[in-house]
Design a protein around this ligand. Structure first.
Ligand code: NAD
Length: 496
């Protein structure tokens, strides 16, 4: 008999649902079904696939409140946040479906001088079956960055949602089954880490992982056994940088929302703030005043819900304790901010840069704030992390310059996390935040392989790629190259 596990409501501990723990054989069977479905799916035109994606998206859109409720119950996030997340995901599905042909379809490219007799074409072909392993913190949006783009590119998907949000994953796959019952192009498998590990070994053509850096390393190691390519969307330790000419109330608002929304359980959430000394006091005042309104409760009206994963409470507590022990000053909250299920929003200043509250991902509603004397210092401290996911910069003059200097895959100038909602922008990180991209044109190409084709249009002027090549041809080719490429003005001059 198949073993089961329970999904619990983190606010109450109530059982939300019971789901099967799929084992290796179940996962292999799902991948085999997907492989067959992928053959059908890949033969559809881009327009044909778009039609299905639009139908699926319409089901999600019409029942957004139902899906938001499952997400609310499983993760504890406020209804409004769950709804906003799904809205952004809906936009991504629509973008992926409507842009796939333009991004991936055949394109003529220049064939160069030597191969001028050839017509050259590049196109992006689907890989086959893509395995998607997702986290629980944005249980719709984060996996959707892989699922929608992989589907639009012509692949079938086997999705393993987090054990903390199996209901959301199942809901999405059920919605697909409703619109294409005979074609399991999107399937869900549920279970704990072992089910994810089985998916890595099941012979999928690519594995898209979103989750912690530690698990990402395990996924990559497992996939290396079969040379299965991976996308790794892992953790972050993003900062908000506030320059002296910034709109300080707006920066404080963004810092607060970026740090505390979703109870701080956001990969691209703000965990550190570096604020120019000229506006530091004002920033702290604004932050304090705005933070008073942030209520702890998963119920309607509450802005900050419980911590979804009980084991994370210990991590958050250890970061707060280290900051306190190392001389940190609490602007909001205190050493006892961590409760049984909820964490009081906590803002700490004067935390040494080598405290674990600064060096490691906290994944809770906390923010450290440091006064800096220049933007060079802000950038240097921001970049002194092994992560490199996103960043937020508040500045009038130097916003774009600072955004470019931060070592991260993404940045928002004068807003926070905005890039995640722009479907045409690639999403992903550097360093311990992972590699590969979801969203946008890069996100579509991520789930394909490039296919290069030449078609000979006429005989070559110089028949060089044949055993019938003559010495005359070789000489002519050398002369041609000298004329074409041998005229660099910076030729080294040798002394006699
Ligand atoms: P996690 O690493 O604990 O789990 C992620 C998924 O991996 C789950 O589905 C889990 O069952 C599965 N898993 C566990 N062990 C596995 C194994 N050995 N092989 C294969 N799969 C396995 O992460 P989490 O707690 O669910 O999510 C939080 C983390 O995700 C944070 O670090 C956060 O920053 C990160 N995250 C990153 C992004 C991004 O886009 N970069 C987005 C959201 C969350």
């Amino acid at each position: 008999m198949t073993e089961k596990f329970e999904s619990l409501n983190p606010a109450t501990g109530d059982v939300v649902g019971t789901y099967p723990i799929h084992d290796e054989a179940d996962v292999a069977a799902a991948v085999a079904r997907a492989r067959e479905a992928a053959v059908w799916w890949s033969t559809l035109s881009f327009a044909g696939r778009r039609e299905y994606l639009d139908k699926w998206n319409a089901v999600i859109t019409r029942r957004v409140m139902q899906l938001a409720n499952v997400s609310h119950e499983e993760t504890g996030k406020p209804h409004g946040d769950a709804q906003l997340e799904i809205m952004i995901a809906i936009d991504h599905i629509a973008w992926a479906g409507s842009h796939a042909e333009k991004v991936l379809g055949p394109k003529k490219v220049s064939s160069g001088l030597l191969m001028a007799n050839q017509a050259a074409t590049v196109e992006y072909r689907p890989l086959g079956v893509v395995g998607v392993i997702g986290p629980w913190n944005y249980p719709v949006l984060t996996p959707m960055g892989s699922i929608a783009y992989a589907l639009a590119a012509g692949n079938a998907v086997v999705f393993k949602p987090s054990e903390f949000s199996p209901g959301v994953g199942t809901w999405l796959a059920d919605a697909w089954t409703e619109i294409a019952p005979e074609h399991p192009v999107l399937q869900v498998i549920t279970g704990l880490g072992a089910t994810g590990a089985a998916l890595c070994k099941a012979g999928v053509n690519k594995l898209a992982f979103t989750g912690s850096t530690a698990t990402g390393k395990k996924v990559m190691a497992a996939c290396a056994e079969t040379l299965t390519p991976v996308v790794i969307e892992a953790g972050g330790k993003d900062s908000i940088i506030v320059d002296s000419d910034a709109d300080v109330p707006a920066a404080a608002d963004a810092a607060l929302w970026g740090a505390m929304s979703n109870a701080g359980q956001t990969c691209i959430g703000m965990e550190r703030a570096y604020v120019h000394e000229r506006v530091y006091d004002q920033f702290i005042r604004e932050l304090k005043a705005k933070a008073k309104a942030v209520e702890l409760s998963a119920e309607p009206g509450g802005l900050v819900g419980p911590i979804t994963m009980p084991s994370q409470l210990k991590v958050i507590a250890s970061h707060i304790a280290d900051a306190a022990a190392r001389g940190g000053t609490f602007v909001l909250g205190g050493p006892n901010s961590v409760g049984d299920r909820y964490v009081q929003p906590t803002i700490i200043t004067d935390v040494p840069e080598d405290s674990i509250a600064i060096t490691e991902e906290t994944f809770g509603p906390t923010l450290t704030v440091k006064k800096v004397s220049s933007m060079d210092e802000a950038v240097e401290l921001t970049n002194a992390t092994r992560y490199g996911l996103g960043a937020s910069i508040f500045a009038k003059e130097r916003g774009m310059e600072l955004a470019r200097r931060v070592r991260s895959g993404m940045a928002s100038v004068n807003s926070v996390m905005a890039f995640a909602g722009v479907p045409s922008l690639p999403f992903g990180g550097v360093g311990d935040s992972g590699f590969g991209r979801i969203h946008g044109a890069d996100g579509l190409r991520e789930f394909t392989y490039a296919k290069a084709i030449t078609r000979q249009r006429m005989k070559p002027l110089l028949a060089a790629m044949t055993f019938e090549r003559t010495a005359k041809t070789e000489k002519a080719a050398a002369q041609l190259m000298t004329v074409l490429r041998g005229r660099a003005t910076t030729m080294p001059k040798f002394k006699k």
